[in-house]
Structure formats: structure tokens, C-alpha cells
Ligand binder design. Sequence first.
Ligand code: URP
Ligand code: ZN
Ligand code: ZN
Length: 462
Amino acid sequence: MNILIRNGRVVRPESVAVGDIWIAGEQIRAVEKKIDPHGDIRFDQVIDAEGMYVLPGIIDAHTHYLLHSRGTVTADGFYSGSVAGAIGGVTTAIDFADQEGDKSLLGAAQARIDASRREMAIDFGLHQCIFSMHENMDRQLRDLKAAGVTAVKIFTTYKREGYFIGESGLRELFRSCGRLGMMITAHCEDDPIMEEIAREYEGGPHPPRLHPVLRPAEAEYRAVRMLGELAGETDTPLYIVHLSSGRGLEAVDELRVQGVQLAVETTPHYLMLTNDLLAGPEAQKYIMTPPLREAEDNEALWQGLMHEKIQLIATDHCAFTLEQKLQSDDCRTVLPGIPGTGELLPLIYTAGVASGRFEIGRMVSLLSETPAQLFGLYPRKGRLQAGSDADLVLFDPGRSWTIRNDNCRSAAGYTPYDGFQAAGMPVLTMLRGRVIARDGEFFGSRGGGTFVQAGSSELFHD
Ligand code: URP
Ligand code: ZN
Ligand code: ZN
């Protein structure tokens, strides 16, 4: 099957150029200024992209589809989460496998990959969570890497949920990952400081607005510093997930001055929402960890993106229904997490590009090329060039629309961005040469996504 996309504004981090893209089967064959639709190649389909941006498929590098946690499961499974993503221009999601007591790391990852394969509508990669150290961790990590899972995830908090990886063993994990060229990704909130604060508030009420008091930006600062020091000492690069605060970014700055190699992710909610929402109606809808911060934190993170201190934006999509969210009004037990994968592209286009904060090439770097490079998927994913997978989005900058609870496809049934005026719309999503979404409708298939084996992160290349 040969497809020609004509006259689009083809976006790469370094350039925007009107051109044509020839897709042969699942891959891009050529990107050129002009390709004759009536020349030697017989095209089965010609798509007119006049006036549209042609973007590489979005890589949402942080999603929790089908997360079993706290005695329940997220509203979005692999299928509904990935369909929501597809409609919004996401062609690859990177999800997480829990460490399971009775299984090897490879066994846990393989089980998650098999389950995803049956359901995912877009391509996917995997990070393996590590909650505690095993005796033969080195060998297990090696096996994991050979299977194409080259990043692990650790948490410096969530003791009660069993995710917390204590300090003992961490050094060994850092050393192993450094040696093997595997990336450590980390949820950074310092548990001791949060326990101390929790004791002060024991006995009193814990409404949603207390959440950021119990989990302050200072906790993020301390955890980033602690793990960053370890990364420096063991000469192992570190990836900070969902950075939420200006104070957290200060820790990143300080570590970089010391020569520590860090990559940093933030999310649309830490850029665009504030903790004022936690004092309003249905405040539970806005609870996630780390919590929403202040307007100054939003601004510090935008500045971090503009000055290339933050390398990528992902969603931390972790969708619960309103019914699930409203089951508790105690901020310690409200199910943490919000939906967002389908809104990632229009939100960042609107608030980042249309508002003049950065160029569209920078957006492509933040949402596609850099996640592909950092997570070892490049150049198969992340760039519009010959030889890469034909994953792309036609984005119409002339179509403004309002994000509403009822036009978001997540099974959460609500969006924290309800009422947001978006300045442009993803109108067509193609996954490996097949149109999987058009004008808000899904045309792909359950199980149409494939597992993409990761190589080493670019952070490990000199
Ligand atoms: O509240 C959140 N972020 N839930 C998802 C799990 C995590 O901490 O990333
Ligand atoms: Zn997290
Ligand atoms: Zn997460």
C-alpha cells in the first residue's frame, strides 16, 4: 500500500517545511518537497494536508492504563486508554509493569506486554517498576533489557501501597543500571518530611485542599536532590517523572551544576492547573500525586521548558471515574490520578505554541523526538523521515474548539480541562501507515498496537 500525504507543513524540531510524504506499507519511504502523485509510483491513497501541520505521532511516555492499585482498578484499561490517546494524536504510549513478588522482573514485564498486546490500539513500550531489591537483580535486569525494557521506575514514597523503595539497595540498583545502560526513572517525593508533616495534622480533617500541605514542593526538592546525588556518585543518568514545582526544578539546576546527568519530565496539569481547584467543588477530581501547586510553579515549569531544562512532557494518565474519585473526601485516600492522554497535544499546542511560549518544532521535540531518544525508540519512532514508522498526526491549527467532559474519550467520563479553549485540533492519526483516528472518531482496532522493544537511552551515548 502506497499513501501520499501532500502539501502539509512537515514539522521537525529544527524546521517546518511544506512538503509531501510517501508512505510505503508501515514505514515512511520519503519526505520531499514535491512527490508527483501521477508519476512512477502508483498511490493507493492521496491525502491532502494543505494548511495542516504534519507532526510525528505523539509519544506519551507516562501512562497508567489498567492500573490495579488501592483495591481497585483504573477506569481506562489498555483499550479505552489507547483509543483516547489515538484520537488525540498519540501513537505510542509507555506504560508500567508492577513488580510482582512471585515473578521475575522479566516475568512481570512479559505478562504486562502480553496483556497489552491483546488490547492496545496504539504501539507501546514498557517501564518496569521496582519496589524492592532481589538478590539476583543484576541478572534480572539484564534479562529485562534483552527483552526490550530498558527503563525501570522507582518511588521514594507510597509506603502503604507497597511502592516505596527504601534507601538500602538503591545504590546497588543505580550501579547495576549504570553498568547495563538502563535508565532509572523516579517519582520524587521525600517520605520522611511528609511523615513528619502528617503527624502534625493527625486527628484533624484532611480535606482536598490539605493535600499540597501534606506533600509540599520541599518534599520534591529533597527527593530529587537525594536521588540526584546517588546518580552522580554512581555515574548513572536519572530521569525525573512528573516534576511539579519550581522548587523541584531548583534541585535539578543544582545537580546539573554538580555535573549530574538528568532528564526531566513534566505534565500538562503541573503547567496549567493550580491548587486553587482543591478548594472548589468536586475537588477530588484534581487530586494526583504530587499535588497541584501554585501559579508561580506553573510559570517556573514553563520557563524550564523554554530554557531546555525540562526535556519532555507526558501525561501520567491515570483515569478514575468521578464515582471512584468521589468515594472519599479525605485527601489521603482519594484515588490519586487524572485522565489526560487524549488532550496532551491540543493542550500543549495551545498553551505552548499558540500562546507564543515556544515554536512548534520545540513542541515536536518535547512530545515526540525527545521521548523516542530518551527511551530508546529512536529513529523508529519520533521523527518524520525515511525509514521511520509511518506514525503521524495531521493537526489543524485553524480548528479551535472547547475541551469538554463529553468530548473526551477516556472512560473517566470527565476531564480536568473542561471548558479549556483549544487553538487547534488533531484531525487524523496514522499508526504504521494505517489511519486509526479521524475527526474524533476511532478507526483502528483492539490489539492493533504492537510492543516496541527499546534500545538504550540516548543519555547513555557519549
Ligand atoms: O497520582 C498519580 N500520579 N497516580 C499515578 C501513579 C504515580 O504516582 O505516577
Ligand atoms: Zn508518580
Ligand atoms: Zn505515574
